[in-house]
Design a protein around this ligand. Structure first.
Ligand SMILES: *Cc1c(COP(=O)(O)O)cnc(C)c1O
Ligand code: SF4
Length: 333
């Protein structure tokens, strides 16, 4: 069945770059595509010039038409609730800027560092904890690569952003090559939402780049709801796994999107249909503009309990929250 799909669907770099440029940026156009009118929304739309609507068309195609509460729509539609301010919600909830040792490199945890390779994303998730991040003036990774070279305790590099897969395959391959020349590095991890929101991104060239480096490739994708995984997403995930990439998923627990045990259980099962293991279920990082997505700790623990009852242990994600200054992401207890 896989070979049949392979011949049926060959994707080229031009395809995903075209799709990226064609992303919907106008809320009214998005509503129109979904047969919705603004009066059907529980909340009025809001314009957010600094972090405007952005959503790829193939992701829109996975939304239910005529449903203002669709879990995918809720993740991307800017509504007035975002203007609500609370003192506990701020611009940099995870203390990222303090952890930036040299431009574009965050060092928080032992043995691994995170590279902010870009501020660009294919989609703008309304709850994104880096939506106000003050990206470095330079996009150069020179100092970052030198930092890694000089510290032999670093065994793993995590490419993040923004979304590292907005880079072209050539540019990524060049970076992989540079990193592979650092003898103490063992693992190369990518944190990305592109294989989910723009599945054409999983090109042959990307698979080659990831598997032709001596570094062990890991990809942590970001899915919050089983409706995000259609046949083409599943096919991309399967190809990554078949190529030898360890693929894990992280989700953010979001009110009105996935704060439902049946949905979370379904997501774990669906991921594993494509051999992807659930890794983290994050409690929301308290970033300004996201108050309406928060799920209480008690509700989160209750959901986790229901997942534990229904699923084998390996399909239960770790429920965590990032606390600035701590040595690892904190389990919710
Ligand atoms: C989340 C994060 C990591 C990765 O943590 P793991 O627990 O290994 O997944 C690394 N660096 C930074 C700065 C992070 O925010
Ligand atoms: S894809 Fe990730 S980094 Fe980009 S907006 Fe969404 S949550 Fe933020």
């Amino acid at each position: 069945m896989i070979t049949e799909m392979l011949t049926r669907w060959q994707t080229t770099p031009a395809d995903w770059q075209h799709e990226l440029r064609q992303a919907i940026r106008d809320p009214m156009q998005l509503l129109q595509l979904l047969d919705l009118s603004p009066s059907q929304l529980a909340q009025p739309l809001v314009l957010k010039p600094g972090f405007a609507l952005r959503v790829p068309r193939s992701y829109v195609a996975r939304m239910r038409k005529g449903d203002p509460d669709d879990p995918l729509l809720r993740q991307v539609l800017p509504v007035t609730e975002e203007q609500r301010q609370l003192p506990t919600f701020n611009l940099d909830p995870t203390g990222d800027k303090l952890a930036e040792k040299v431009p574009n490199l965050l060092a928080k945890y032992s043995g691994r560092v995170l590279l902010i390779v870009t501020g660009a994303c294919a989609i703008h998730c309304r709850y994104c904890f880096r939506q106000h991040y003050n990206y470095s003036a330079t996009s150069s990774l020179l100092a970052a690569v030198e930092f890694i070279r000089a510290d032999s305790s670093i065994g793993e590099v995590i490419l993040s952003g923004g979304d590292p897969l907005t880079w072209t395959d050539n540019r990524l391959a060049e970076l992989f090559h540079q990193l592979a020349q650092i003898p103490h590095l063992q693992r190369l991890r990518l944190h990305t939402r592109l294989p989910i929101v723009l599945p054409q991104r999983v090109t042959h060239e990307l698979l080659n780049g990831l598997t032709q480096t001596r570094l062990q490739p890991i990809m942590v994708v970001h899915t919050n709801h089983a409706n995000e995984i259609d046949e083409s997403v599943g096919y991309g995930l399967q190809r990554l796994v078949a190529a030898g990439v360890t693929v894990l998923n992280q989700s953010v627990l979001l009110r009105g999107v996935n704060d439902n045990a049946a949905h979370l259980i379904n997501l774990s099962e669906m991921l594993f249909n494509y051999r992807v293991l659930p890794y983290y279920l994050h409690r929301l990082d308290r970033v300004q503009g996201s108050t309406h997505f928060e799920v209480s700790k008690a509700a989160a623990l209750h959901l986790l309990e229901q997942m534990r009852i229904a699923l084998p242990g390996y399909l239960v994600p770790r429920l965590v929250q990032e606390v600035a200054g701590m040595a690892y992401k904190q389990p919710i207890l």
